[in-house]
Design a protein around this ligand. Sequence first.
Ligand code: 4NP
Length: 150
Amino acid sequence: MVCLGNICRSPLADGLLRHKVNQRGLSWEVDSAGTANYHVGAPPDARMVDTARSMGFDISALRARQFSKEDFMRFDRIYVMDRSNYTNVIKVASTQEEHDKVLFLLDHLYPGKEAEVPDPYYGTSEDFNDVFALVDEATNALLNDLTYEP
Ligand code: 4NP
């Protein structure tokens, strides 16, 4: 899960998906990173931690790191939150296979729309709640799509 700072949107997506993956007993590796290095080593933004906690999820233990080329080797799928993240991650891809790993998280809710999870950093508590609802729904849809057995 990738966003700009790795302190608001992607740690939320990471925390929610990890929780749901564990609940389902899946052995997936889930992690998150930011395209920028401003917040490396920092915990998630307190507003995001509080929003997640109020909905029953603890994301406080995550620490920010910067996205790197090695992530293309470690992960099968790289989910970005917005178009700017997409552009920055694609820049580091060196093969078509790596390029094709980069997906918009909201594609699981709105296929083909390249819809964005809005950056709440300069927003209100309502914006944080909206991001929570969107990421919660998107991670449910992702799990259903990837575990679907006809
Ligand atoms: P995020 O939000 O990309 O969802 O973690 C942001 C966090 C920090 C900044 C911007 C967005 N910043 O400019 O420091």
